[in-house]
Write a protein that binds this ligand. Structure first.
Ligand code: CJB
Length: 807
């Protein structure tokens, strides 16, 4: 993996960038200039690599994969590319001679927040794997001017500040003016029968330009380079000169702003549908530009679209890019005159879809009138698809109107995007075994019965090169020493680490590494004035704030421990630091209330000098990929406590496991497979199963019965009811016991509380035996072999995209 670039060669490359872009020599360069010059040097190397790779793909006529997602949470690029190109050491040495520290340059780079959480991070992990495994792949998304907001906590309340990432992030983007295309909105459609058949014209539309910006992602020790193509909207007319000339400056600018507002900001909600016009426009903007781009690239190589589905796989990541189905139909039928039937066949063979959530509030349902107004031609196509699909259903299920209605795309004035995706795709997959079973049994059961083979499961995975090798170099070194370096490209090799289960030296090194990572993270926090004890157990819950993820349940547990300590200050408990990291969607009141609760609990505990030695709560502000890279390797305990049946997979669970943290969790999402991988001795499982949850709902769940009948629950809830740290938490008390619609505690925190507390106490016991604990950590690291994104991608290529590996 070592590159053979010499120091002299590298020096010359960097000097050249400093001179070309800033007209300066090394001695004059500041950190920002040096960071950008290093980035440009890498880009030059990547471009050369990319050209060679493109040539190879072209010659082999390999099938290409296009991965569409409204979010890519890429993380910083400098470190990732240096690592994957094997250039970290030579860069570090050259920079050192010039008195620059590579770590400082890493910190110059903004962390582009072009995603909300798991969905966007998964997409980025997949790009890393696609490049490393040498598949020809392009990711498509939007170049949001502002990524996910920066989080600031003011007196416990989350405030949102804009994420201005482009000034430092721009350097990685290559503007492709040669590939600009046009996207049309509004207007109306005219249909005329002529001698040549039905002629369709879209008239009086508003048109804007889509300008692509490419970001290159290098594979490790491979010839592959993946492209992430991000679209920016640009006003086509650029400027209304006549208004300007007549002195109407405002008007001259308005049109431009209206067009460009499309890619201004990422919608900050996760697992939640925002039925806003601008969001719909963003979605269509992405898919229209993307499909045009894919078609243009295909035609350039093959000069026909007849072989489109043999050479192209288009993957839609969740329903957000679902409009690519009617958009592809539109282009095939209107622009290339394919028959409706043939076009539909091509679309169905080309497109595949991953479902990432079963939460009903996340399922996208657009008002029919909105789509009709904004995208009249697309609306017409969706109606056509709906009609022909319903006719097919009618033949199959004559008279069963209820079923046909459930399975249709458009119904009761709503366009159901998940149905569109299923109907328009070759395959539909869930992201863990449990989640795939749930979608087959529930939301897609009708379709599953109709076409069982369409549905498969691909468990998520993580880019272990980023989340283990780069974030945890000490552990990576230990693995190199024990099992050799092959696991970096073949994660299944991690399993060999099990052979060191009895090896005392390895186990004590493992312990020391965890300690070093905890110290490293504590030192980082100290720079921001937060002091934590690296000798304490680090219990980490890091993920978006959502009711179903149940950060509240974790808080209830901590309050219970706190009250135990207040009653009995000498209680023997190992020191614990509860670390929370989470952003709440700006309009998500109950989630923001939980942040306020955590923040105040933290302050309340800090007041007591004895108790804070034993338990401490820290809310880590502004969680992002960069923070995760420091935090996750430092975790002793990974909290994965969603209500069973709600978390599609989770990937933070995999990231902490591969870094040797032990999971306390429910049988939800990929936790089930983590449990299978490590065995019951090496994970702490509690709470109801998905089936038990379902049954409890059916019986009728009454949170109040737990409150009245369980002393521990009663005590904790009462503590909340009375408030603390000068604040009231009446709203949370009401949330748990009364609820908005008379359903208190909709995610059943109280039902799982007792089992959670019991199992947490078992975990604390287990921590008392450090040797055994290390053995458990070792089993988790080895067991992570199956949670690499490389494995997921191989499953996608084999089972869904039908792309053979390049040789
Ligand atoms: N997910 O992050 C999101 N956003 C959504 O809108 C829907 C789902 C998450 O996707 C991850 C990747 O598949 C899953 O691991 C996670 O369970 C799911 O919540």
């Amino acid at each position: 993996m070592e590159s053979n670039m010499t120091k002299e060669e590298l020096r010359a490359l960097i000097e050249n960038k400093l001179s070309r872009h800033y007209g300066i020599s090394i001695d004059e360069a500041d950190r920002a200039q040096m960071y950008k010059s290093c980035a440009r040097t890498i880009l030059e190397l990547l471009s050369e690599k990319r050209t060679k790779f493109n040539q190879k793909i072209k010659e082999s006529q390999a099938k290409k994969v296009y991965y569409l997602c409204m979010e890519f949470l890429v993380g910083r690029s400098l470190k990732n590319n240096l690592y994957n190109l094997g250039l970290e050491d030579v860069f570090r040495n050259v920079l050192k001679q010039w008195n620059f520290d590579l770590e400082d340059l890493y910190n110059e780079e903004p962390d582009p927040g072009l995603g909300n959480g798991g969905l966007g991070r998964l997409a980025s992990c997949f790009m890393d794997s696609l490049a490393t495994l040498e598949y020809p792949a392009t990711g498509y998304s939007i170049c949001y001017e502002y990524g996910l907001f920066k989080q600031k906590i003011v007196d416990g309340w989350q405030m949102e500040l804009p994420d201005i990432w482009l000034p430092g992030g721009h350097v990685w983007l290559n503007q492709r003016n040669d590939l600009v295309c046009h996207v049309r909105f509004n207007g109306h459609v005219e249909e005329n029968w002529t001698d040549e058949g039905l002629q369709i014209k879209h008239l009086n539309y508003d048109e804007i330009e889509a300008v692509p910006y490419d970001l290159m992602i290098s594979g490790l020790d491979s010839e592959g380079v993946a492209i992430l193509r991000l679209w920016r909207a640009r006003d086509l007319n650029n400027f209304d000169m006549s208004s300007f000339a007549s002195g109407d400056y405002d008007r001259a600018m308005t049109e431009k702003m209206n067009a460009e507002v499309i890619c201004k900001v990422l919608y900050p909600s996760d697992n939640h549908f925002e039925g806003k016009t601008l969001r719909l426009k963003q979605q269509y903007f992405l898919v229209s530009a993307t499909v045009q781009d894919i078609i243009a690239e295909h035609l350039q190589q093959y000069e026909t679209l007849d072989n489109f589905s043999e050479k192209v796989a288009i993957h839609i990541n969740d329903t957000h890019p679902a409009l690519c189905i009617p958009e592809l139909m539109r282009i095939l039928v209107d622009d290339y005159h394919y028959s409706w039937q043939r076009a539909y066949q091509l679309v169905k063979k080309t497109v595949s879809y991953t479902n990432h959530t079963v939460l009903s509030e996340a399922l996208e349902k657009w008002p029919e009138d909105l789509i009709k107004g904004q995208l009249p031609r697309i609306y017409g196509i969706m109606k056509g698809l709906n009609e022909s699909y319903c006719q097919e259903l009618w033949k199959r299920y004559p008279g069963d109107w209820e079923k046909i209605e459930r399975m249709s795309i458009i119904s009761h004035g709503q366009v159901r995007m998940a149905n569109l995706c299923v109907i328009g795709s070759s395959h539909v997959n869930g992201v863990s075994k449990l989640h795939s079973e749930i979608i087959q049994k529930h939301i897609f059961s009708d379709y599953y019965r109709l076409d069982t083979k369409k549905f498969i499961s691909v468990t998520n995975g993580i880019a272990h090169r980023r989340w283990l090798c780069q974030s945890n170099p000490l552990l990576s070194q230990l693995l190199d020493d024990c099992i050799g370096p092959d696991y970096k490209k073949d994660a299944s090799q991690l399993g060999k680490f099990r052979n060191f289960y009895e090896n005392k030296e390895v186990l004590s090194r493992l312990q020391a590494i965890k300690q070093a990572n905890k110290i490293r993270f504590s030192n980082q926090l100290q720079q921001n004035g937060i002091v934590i004890d690296p000798q304490s157990i680090f219990v980490v819950q890091a993920k978006r704030l959502h009711e179903y993820k149940r950060q509240l349940l974790n808080v209830l547990k901590i309050i219970s421990l706190y009250l135990d300590l207040k009653d009995e200050p000498n209680l023997s408990l190992p020191p614990q630091t509860f670390l929370f990291a989470a952003k709440a969607a700006p309009g998500y009141y109950s989630a923001k209330e939980v942040i306020r609760l955590i923040w105040n609990l933290s302050n309340e505990i800090e007041k007591d000098a004895t108790i804070r030695e034993k338990i401490r709560v820290v809310f880590l502000e502004n969680y992002d990929v960069t923070m995760a890279e420091g935090l996750l390797p430092a975790a002793d305990v990974s909290e994965q406590i969603s209500l069973a049946g709600k978390e599609a997979s989770g990937t933070g669970n995999m990231k902490m496991m591969i870094n040797g943290a032990l999971t306390i969790g429910t049988m939800d999402g990929a936790n089930v497979e983590i449990y299978e991988a490590v065995g019951k001795e090496n994970i702490f499982i509690f709470g109801m199963t998905a089936e038990e949850v379902e049954n409890k709902w059916k019986e009728g769940y009454a949170a109040s019965s737990y409150y009245h009948n369980n002393e521990k629950i009663h005590r904790v809830v009462e503590y909340l009811r009375h408030g603390f740290n000068g604040e009231s938490f009446e709203s949370i008390y009401r949330y748990l016991l009364v609820g908005d619609y008379g359903i208190g505690d909709p995610y059943m925190c109280l039902a799982d509380f007792e089992s959670y507390l019991d199992v947490y106490k078992e975990l604390l016991e287990a921590y008392h035996a450090p040797f055994r604990w290390s053995q458990k950590a070792l089993i988790n690291i080895a067991g992570a072999e199956r949670f690499a994104a490389d494995r997921s991608i191989q499953e996608y290529t084999n089972k869904i995209w039908n792309i053979p590996t390049l040789v």
